[in-house]
Design a binder for this molecule. Sequence first.
Ligand SMILES: [Zn+2]
Length: 159
Amino acid sequence: MKCDEIRERMPDVAAGFGEPTVDEGRHLDSCAACAEELKAMRATMALLDDWQTPEPSAYFDTRLQARLREEMAEPHAGWLQWFRRPVLAAALTVVMGVGIGLYFARSGIYGLGPTESSLPAERGTAVSDLQDMEQNHDLYSNFEVLDDLDVQPDAVANP
Ligand SMILES: [Zn+2]
């Protein structure tokens, strides 16, 4: 008998739903780890048997009844309410689908080639600077010459 086999049945034995078989008993005598595990499990089960569920507050029923009456008194929106919720969910799904589709199309994952936004902008403009930074991010972030520039003494390129 292996430890795995006996451990599968251990919760039942510990809970008193069955006694260890002869084989299992022999393993428990010879395997200190399994014997310890069963002892700990039995202690846990005993603790759970002793555990008393806390009583709900005396006013719980009264408050629940009051809440139910409030809820019943609310005007009902009628059958349209049941119709709107699934429609809203469906609409959100469609919006998300379109959004994700656009994202992938813009990233060019579908092989549509470069999109309008990735065309090089005129040199020297803010847009072209941003594009340069985006395209050469790795280069700039490891470019030690930039660290030596005395532009802003307290700024660090690679904090
Ligand atoms: Zn064992």
